[in-house]
Design a protein around this ligand. Structure first.
Ligand SMILES: CC(C)(COP(=O)(O)OP(=O)(O)OC[C@H]1O[C@@H](n2cnc3c(N)ncnc32)[C@H](O)[C@@H]1OP(=O)(O)O)[C@@H](O)C(=O)NCCC(=O)NCCS
Length: 134
């Protein structure tokens, strides 16, 4: 799993308990997963279809640096399934897990469209023919 994005937990991200607000975390993870799906499917027209059970494993506090990890688990005909984890960047303690998120690839008509992808594409492979050293 690649942990691309880091976030710094700030006062505006907290709940009345003084810990990271679940809604902030879900917004971040949905955005991170959508970007992942867009990059993997090569299409900006991608929407969240399904989010499975979300487990808020442990709390995060103001000042913590956290990181968001996503990986693809399945490529369907028009969909892509992902699994997600958020953890503390320093201690590696798990903060949130989402077993499954499904994004659907849409055509210009807004309807599900086949994406033709079958496996994870890595950045180094996507730009293999650009003449730059790997
Ligand atoms: C996304 C949307 C166009 C799909 O429409 P739909 O009628 O369900 O489409 P389909 O039945 O053809 O399913 C499309 C894909 O989603 C999958 N899917 C549908 N319902 C699902 C569910 N409950 N759980 C997991 N996958 C599901 C299907 O298996 C299919 O994948 P596949 O082609 O890889 O096999 C429609 O549901 C929609 O517009 N939803 C709102 C999306 C949205 O606004 N999201 C929040 C903001 S981004």
């Amino acid at each position: 799993m690649n942990f691309h994005t880091r976030k710094w937990v700030k006062p505006e991200d907290l709940n009345p308990n003084g810990t990271l607000f679940g809604g902030s975390l879900l917004r971040w993870i949905d955005e991170e997963a959508a970007i992942y799906a867009i990059v993997q499917l090569g299409n900006q027209r991608v929407v969240t279809k399904y989010i499975s059970e979300i487990n808020f494993v442990s709390a995060s506090r103001q000042g913590d640096i956290i990181e968001l990890g996503i990986t693809a688990t399945e490529f369907g005909r028009t969909s892509i399934s992902l699994t997600c984890e958020v953890r503390n960047k320093i201690t590696r303690k798990s903060i949130l897990t989402v077993e499954k998120m499904v994004f659907v690839n849409l055509g210009e008509d807004g309807l599900p469209a086949p994406h033709g992808r079958t496996e994870i594409k890595y950045v180094k492979d996507q730009f293999k023919d650009d003449g730059l050293p790997e």
